[in-house]
Design a protein around this ligand. Structure first.
Ligand SMILES: [Zn+2]
Length: 64
């Protein structure tokens, strides 16, 4: 699935940061904690949204 637009717990908009986080921390070599700090995502409820997300939209979309 796609990343939720807002954090489930506090409602902060986090979806806008997903592409940069994915490029730098998942596909790149940077430390995820440092990337989240630079993106301004400081609450642990928001950080877990980015850390624990799995992009399944391309896997699931053919079956809809
Ligand atoms: Zn949050």
């Amino acid at each position: 699935m796609m990343i939720p637009v807002r954090c489930f717990t506090c409602g902060t908009v986090i979806g806008e940061h997903w592409e940069e986080f994915k490029a730098r921390a998942r596909e790149g070599e940077e430390d995820p904690a440092e990337v989240l700090d630079e993106l301004g995502i400081h609450r642990h409820c928001c950080r877990r949204m980015m850390i624990s997300h799995t992009d399944l939209v391309d896997v699931v979309s053919p079956y809809q």
